[in-house]
Design a protein around this ligand. Sequence first.
Ligand code: BG6
Length: 485
Amino acid sequence: MKGPSPSIVIFGASGDLTWRKLVPALYNLYVKERLPQEFRIVGHARTEYTHEQFREHLHEGVEKFAEIDSGSWEQFAKNIYYVQGRYDEPGALQKLNDFVKEKEPANASRLYYLAVPPTVFAPIVNSLGKAHMARDNDRWCRVVFEKPFGHDLESARELNAIAHNVLDESQIYRIDHYLGKETVQNILVFRFANAIFEPVWNRNYIDHIQITAAESVDVGHRAHFYDEVGVLRDMFQNHLMQLLTLVSMEPPASFNADALRNEKVKVLASLRPMSPTTLADHSVRGQYEGYLKTDGVDPQSTTATFAALNLFIDNWRWQGVPFYLRSGKNLAEKTTDIVIHFKCPPHLLFDLDSDKEMSANYISLCIQPDEGIHLRFETKVPDTDSRMQSVDMEFHYSEEFGPMALPDAYERLLLDVLQGDAALFTRADEIELSWKLIDAIIEGWQTEYAPPLETYAPGSWGPQRAYNFLDNVGAHWIMGCEEHD
Ligand code: BG6
C-alpha cells in the first residue's frame, strides 16, 4: 500500500483486544503487503513495559492468533514501540505525542485506536483535543471507537457530542466487528451484484425473515460487564441491527460510505417502535439456568441472556413482513444466520402426502461458522408420480476458496480506517436510531407489559416461548445453514 506513513497509536495497548485481535490483524496486513511501507505502532497503557517487553508480549499473541513467520515478525516488530502512561495524567499525552513525533516523518498521519473501556472514551478524546493531537491541516487523524458506543440513547448522544467537539464526523470510526466479516459484506454483493434476487426481495414474495445470532458460550469472565448490559445492548443494538439493515435496505447508488449509511439509516428510521401493548407478544426474554450463581452477577439479577424480537419495517418494500431476531448465550450451538423465507406457491398442482405440508423456498445466508449460502427448493423424487422433496443448493466459502480464505474481521476494518473508507463503520445518526429502538424495549421490559423472564436450560434453544414465537406466521425457526443429506 502506498500513501502516507501512518502512526498507529493504541490506547489500552496492554489489553486483550490488542493482543488477540489488533496486532495479529496488523501483522497479517503487513505480511500481505497491505500496510504502507513506513508505519509505526505505538502502544500506550498503564502497565510498565520496555519496547522490547511489549514486543515480546505481542509476539505471543501473534503466535497464537496468526500464522507467524519469524523473519517477517522481526521486520514487523521493528515498527512497534511502547509509551507507558495514564491518559488522565497532566502532560501524559504530550509525552506520548513527543515520542511519536520523534519517530515519524513530518507529514505522518495518525490513527488512534481506543481499545479501552467505554467509560474512558470521552476523557481520552478530550485529552487528544487539549494536546492538539486530533486535528492537523497537513495530515489525517482518525479515531477508532470500540463498542459499546454508549449504553443508551442519552449516553450515545453525549458521547457523540463530546467526540464532535474535538473531531469531525469524518474522523470518527465506530467499530462493529460484524461489518468486518466477509459474509456480512457478502449480503450486499449477493443482493446487489446479482439481478435474480432483488426483484423478489420484498413483501410480494417474502413471507418473513429470521435472523439468529446464537452463542454456545456462557458469559464467562465478562459476567460483571454482561450483567450491566444484557443481550439487547450486547448483541441487538449493534450486530443484529447491522444484519437487519443490510438485508432490508434499498440499493444505494454507490458503495460510498455516505450513500450506504444513508440507506441503513432509512431502515432504522422506519422500524416500527415497540409499544407497551405489543411488547409482550413481540418479544421474549430469557435467562439461562445457573446465570445467577455466576461470579460477578447480582444474585437477584433480571438481566436477559436471551431475547427474541418480532420487528416490522414500515415502508413500501417491507410493509407487513415480520422480521424475527434472536440471540442468546449458552445455547445449543454457535451459529449466525439469516433465513429469507419465501411465500408458498399460491396453488399446488401436485398431491401432497397426507402428513406433509406445502414447503416454501428459503435462502439461508450463513454468516458463521460454516460460511456460505444455501437455497432450499422442492424437487421431484425420481420414480414416483409427483412426490416432492426439499433439497439444498449450497455454497461454502471453505470449499470454493479454501479453509483459510476468510480473514479476521479486524484486518478489513483496520485497512479501511487506514484508507479512509468509513462504509463499514457506524455513523452517529445510525447508532442513535438503533439505541432509540433498543431503549424503548429495555424500558418496556421494566413495566407491567413485559413478557415473563423465563429461565432456559443451558444447551437448549432458549426459553419455551421462543420456540413458539413464529406461530403467528405458521412457521418455526429454521437451521438453514446446517448440512443436509
Ligand atoms: C461481542 C459481544 O460484540 O460479540 C460478545 O460483546 C459476543 O458478547 C461477540 O460474544 C460475538 O462475536 P462473534 O464474532 O463471535 O459472533
